[in-house]
Design a protein around this ligand. Sequence first.
Ligand SMILES: [Zn+2]
Length: 430
Amino acid sequence: MMLPWAAAALAVLSACPSAYAMPPLYQPGDLDNNNGTANGTADGNSTSTDPMAACKLPAHINVWLSSGFAPNFFDCVPSQGTVQGFMFFVDFPDARANTTEVSPKGIYDSIVPAANDWIKTSSYGQVSLDIAADTSKFHRMPAATSSYGWESMTSEMHAQYVQDALDAYLEDQALPKAIDVLYVMAPPSASGFPNSLTTAFNPKTRPKSAGGEVMVARRAVTMGIDVYDPSHGYRVLDHETGHTMCLADYYPTDRTNSLGYFVAGFSVMGDSTQPGPDHFAWDKWRMGWLPDMAVECVAVSDMMMTTRHILTPLEQTPESGKTQAVVIAVSDTKALVAEARTRNGVDDQFCGPGVLLYTVDTQLSSGNGPIRVLNNTPDVYTCGGYPANRAPLSFEEGRSRSLTAEEFSVTVSLTDQVGMDQFIIEVKRI
Ligand SMILES: [Zn+2]
């Protein structure tokens, strides 16, 4: 989860967010996006000579975590290379860690290496987590869990929590310098923090702290007890790390529907308990994990006839000559994306292989469905927790081989398949 930052008024979770305006941690020159961030490299300029420009939908600065390409509006953590992190552990006067049952090192060992393996696999080896940790003890927070107001937490209240944690830690330790992400880990007994949160601001120590106000990291992640729930587990850390790279929440953050309401079980940024949690090809492209050569761009306005594409599964490492996403742009804010999902990589438990179709809308903010999986397969719960986990086009009996996206005036059909290595689709303007 990621609370939006409101520059002035309190921003509760359900409030309409506005772009935050905290100062960047690094100099502006460091933020040029050849380092690869979720906000990508496209310039969004209609005069660009980039042949992919029509499909690199620009992000919108006034849309919270807009899922497009843009300059690094929000000082995100680079999405390529090594993420430098630091983790320490806290407990509370009303939720003390039971140190006969849990230890910081035990928690670290059960979460961090697995989370690192996960993101390494999803990113084709382009991201790794280097998370140092103080595992000497649980640092006691100055206030009870109940005092932090989880139920109505705002970004300002979350900042208070982070600063309290830093105070507790700094009583007897020094912080490392220049890290990307600070991870604050609560113990399993901290039921007052059911979920994890990522800041939208650069965490700083308090002015009164020893050494004065110091920028600590680009982002802070406060881990709740969801990370101890086996159905989420270490993937919570991968979800929150996705936020540090400015990926949006793909579940409805107003919680009026299920976590899989928009994207079923198809992204770790949606419902991370599901068997197909790999990041979408759209996000892998934005983060620089999929190169342009792995993407075929179709502009609906230029379509004169049916186009044909051979999709290689998303879970395979990109190779020259292989296509892993077809992006069909209908405007400069909306696109339809096709990608093949199979039972490999971080999707190794996946049970609905085929060609997945989803829409992207860069004008929809985090938690409001910027990505939506399209599905016209009848509802049958045979794959994870959502019928739409079987949405991918497939020749399997009872599944759909073709889908019309009326809004895009396009029909996408699966016409042939070579094992689980090639999925041939046709895109037809209707
Ligand atoms: Zn989230």
